[in-house]
Design a binder for this molecule. Structure first.
Ligand SMILES: CC1=N[C@H](C(=O)O)[C@@H](O)CN1
Length: 288
């Protein structure tokens, strides 16, 4: 390329970069939120983490704690947004909402894309199977050991990485768009089980007689450790002020009985509640 050509290409790249920068969306700041008295918070309709019930009321460990936090911050109005789990991070990045209250697991790959509060919860894994567990599935590793078995996972959820680490091949994975699709996927035999958190699975099993929680469940061991997740509130990168204000209010609220009552009221065990304080977000974001 001639020198003139190179200069033209560089000039064009600079124009493109500045055009892209000017269209980049920036999240509502803590100041904006306090001034308007209103915040947009997303959930992924997953009982008991975050969901909007048929009356339009937001419920779950994330929303109930978020309501208490917003009260402390003097934010009167919460506009609840429901979206698929896989759209939570892109939605924050596109400024569709200011915060996520889905108890999304704090993981290093996600910490590179968004900000997390300190943990609000901790939880383990489970399996949803068809009534009577016709294939006798009891562990995530079954899907690696018995190649004819298929397991459903929700798009964007961390069970994908667990299955990959356990050696489950792509062909044995059935990806569903939303948690609500799990019941039909499992009861019709499209997949032999749905892998999700233990509480997600019991929430679904309680909704339909065609499915049940796999009994004698063997907790998955990945990278030599039994899988445990720590859920937190999520914010767009750059929105540290909002994250810090939420962290401050959360730390205070976690000292109260109201906080633990919210969690146990949604089925979290005392070990889940106590476990939430056993990791910091920094530790979880930098875990190997
Ligand atoms: C609350 C929750 N946690 C996991 C995750 O963060 O990927 C998934 O199981 C989806 N739902």
């Amino acid at each position: 390329m001639t020198k003139l050509g190179q200069t033209a290409v560089m000039a064009l790249s600079a124009i493109l970069a500045s055009a892209l920068a000017s269209t980049a969306v920036s999240a509502a700041s803590l100041e904006d939120i306090k001034k308007s008295g209103s915040i947009r918070i997303a959930v992924a309709n997953e009982i008991p983490y975050g969901y909007v019930d048929p009356n339009g009321d937001a419920k779950g460990a994330g929303p109930d704690v978020a309501k208490a936090i917003m009260d402390k911050l003097g934010v009167d109005k919460i506009e609840w947004v429901t979206t698929n789990f896989s759209s939570l991070i892109p939605g924050l990045q596109a400024d569709r909402f200011d915060m996520v209250a889905a108890e999304m697991a704090i993981r290093p790959d996600r910490c590179k894309q968004v900000l997390f509060s300190e943990p609000n919860s901790s939880y383990g894994e489970g399996l949803l199977v068809a009534a009577g567990n016709p294939k006798g599935v009891h562990a995530y590793s079954d899907f690696a050991d018995k190649p004819d078995l298929k397991v459903a996972i929700m798009a964007g959820a961390d069970q994908l990485e667990m299955m990959q680490k356990l050696g489950v091949s792509e062909g044995n994975l059935v990806t569903i768009a939303a948690n609500a699709d799990a019941i039909s996927t499992v009861s019709t035999g499209r997949a032999d089980a749905y892998a999700a958190t233990g509480l997600t699975v019991s929430g679904l099993a309680g909704q339909n007689d065609g499915v049940e929680v796999a009994g004698d469940f063997v907790d998955p061991v990945v990278d030599g450790q039994e899988v445990r997740s720590w859920g937190g509130f999520t914010f767009a990168s750059g929105n540290e002020e909002l994250r810090d204000a939420v962290n401050e209010a959360l730390a205070e609220f976690k000292k109260t009985d109201d906080w633990s009552k919210i969690l146990t009221g949604y089925g979290f065990t005392q070990a889940d509640v106590d476990g939430s304080g056993q990791r910091t977000t920094e530790q979880l974001c930098t875990a190997g």
